[in-house]
Design a binder for this molecule. Structure first.
Ligand SMILES: CC(C)=CCC/C(C)=C/CC/C(C)=C/COP(=O)(O)OP(=O)(O)O
Ligand SMILES: [Zn+2]
Length: 452
């Protein structure tokens, strides 16, 4: 980190310290003609498009591809963000279908009988949590899932996507995210994963998929979220990461995924999510910058945002909590949830903590890009000229929710009308930025998996 910082000029250093993102407010101030533009979210059209798509997948989801849990997640998460839900028949169909994708030895494949894969496991778990309720949540075989995650663990500390598959930051995130939300995260899964992710932070400040590759928004989100969940985020060069992400918002108002590439609506979540996570890490950012932990421009006090252990020690190098002696995998019929609660609760503590920074990006500008450039009559796209799809609908809506809630001061408080581009009826459900699950459903799952 020393070396990275030493290559920066005094001016760059100054800009980070004074939160350069504030400059975006000047650059992207709304032009007068924007007053007459229709910024309305076409909520009903989006819900109709998504619900129809889910029904078209058929009662048995018989389309032949390896992405079916992803399709479920993209569609059902989007519907949840829009504040709607599925009828019982559709919900039960989804739970039954994902049950068929669950491997006898744990984890979920892309379809019935397909080999389990970390990406589709993440998609299936997030879907089942979003559906919610006893039937859906209890359909996840956590003991076998734990065994699958352990089998995917690589000697490098990272995870591989599937048996014999590639090791990358995406695999680390999907493994850690599901383990955390299902309350099966323990020291064996965490072991050295922070070293692997750290080795992927590049000279630019963002995080790459593998050591030596180029920093990219998708992997940066994965690496950062995983580091928070394992309580090792202070090992990253956070000022360097801020430097990188704030310059990824382009003059088009959307985010790009990497340097010198075109903006794309889906990065509204990948990069916007990174910014939203960093907003809750202000104590650590200040610590790394050698600044006192007081923010004159904000109403937070340092103690509000202390992501610390109960003994008051700040988030530190992934040292397991005393109660987290979870060196044994889950036993048959018995969750080791209470043993592992120390590490598993990082996601909960994180979302309940105060938000110490104002947004790191221009939220109103990004909302303009989303509503005017990404939004179609129904569904969302990468950019004008591209076609809508479920992936972009999911991540553009997730990014819109991040924008709308980027100015709130504490968890569970509603945004002000001035933070919503267009009418207040555009407001979406808030998400947990580490898992990208709507908050109400996250809370329900947290309760379910800490008590069962
Ligand atoms: C949870 C999970 C599975 C996360 C996945 C994260 C993610 C989106 C990774 C991005 C992968 C990547 C290198 C895309 C570049 O595509 P490109 O070259 O077409 O796009 P670009 O020009 O915008 O970089
Ligand atoms: Zn995209």
């Amino acid at each position: 980190m020393e070396n990275i910082r030493a290559t920066k000029t005094q001016e760059e250093q100054w800009m980070v310290q004074n939160h350069v993102f504030r400059i975006y407010d000047l650059v992207f101030r709304l032009p007068p003609h924007a007053q007459s533009v229709n910024f309305e979210l076409r909520r009903d059209n989006h819900i109709e498009y998504l619900t129809k798509s889910l029904k078209q997948l058929g009662p048995n989801f018989t389309v032949l591809d390896a992405n079916r849990p992803w399709l479920c997640y993209w569609i059902i998460h989007s519907i949840a963000l829009l504040g709607d839900c599925l009828d019982d028949k559709l919900e039960n169909g989804v739970v039954d279908f994902l049950q068929q994708c669950q491997d006898p030895n744990g984890g979920y494949g892309g379809g019935p009988g397909q080999m389990p894969h970390l990406a589709t496991t993440y998609a299936a778990v997030n879907t089942l949590i979003t559906v919610g309720g006893q039937r859906s949540l209890s359909s996840i075989d956590r003991k076998k899932l734990y065994a699958f995650l352990l089998r995917m663990k690589d000697a490098s500390g990272g995870f591989r996507m599937h048996d014999g598959g590639e090791v990358d930051v995406r695999a680390c995130y999907t493994a850690i995210s599901v383990a955390s939300v299902l309350n099966i995260l323990d020291d064996r899964l965490i072991q050295s994963v922070g070293d692997y992710i750290l080795s992927c932070q590049t000279h630019e400040g963002g995080i790459a998929g593998e050591p030596g590759s180029e920093a990219h928004g998708g992997y940066t989100f994965c690496g950062l979220a995983a580091m928070v969940l394992i309580n090792e985020v202070n090992r990253l060069d956070l000022p360097g990461l801020i430097d990188w992400v704030v310059f990824r918002q382009g003059v088009e108002c959307g985010f790009q995924g990497r340097t010198n590439k075109l903006v794309d609506g889906c990065y509204s979540f990948w990069q916007g999510g990174v910014a939203a996570i960093i907003q809750r890490l202000y104590l650590l950012v200040n610590e790394q910058l050698g600044l006192p932990n007081t923010f004159k421009y904000d109403c937070r006090t340092a103690s509000d945002n202390d992501l610390s252990d109960s003994d008051g020690e700040p988030y530190s190098d992934g040292a397991a909590s005393p109660e987290n002696d979870s060196s044994q995998p889950m036993q048959e019929g018995k969750s080791n949830a209470s043993a592992a609660i120390g590490v598993n609760d990082n996601g909960y503590k994180f979302i309940k903590g105060a938000i110490g920074m104002t947004p790191l990006f221009n939220s109103m500008a990004l909302q303009q890009y989303i509503l005017l450039c990404s939004q179609e009559e129904a569904g969302f796209r990468d950019k004008p000229g591209k076609r809508r799809d479920h992936y972009h609908t999911c991540y553009v809506l997730s990014g819109l929710s991040i924008c709308q809630h980027s100015n709130i001061k504490e968890a569970d408080s509603p945004p002000l009308p001035r933070d919503i581009m267009g009418p207040y009826s555009n407001l979406l459900e808030p998400v947990h930025p580490l898992h990208n699950i709507v908050l109400d459903k996250y809370y329900e799952a947290h309760e379910f998996f800490t008590t069962s």
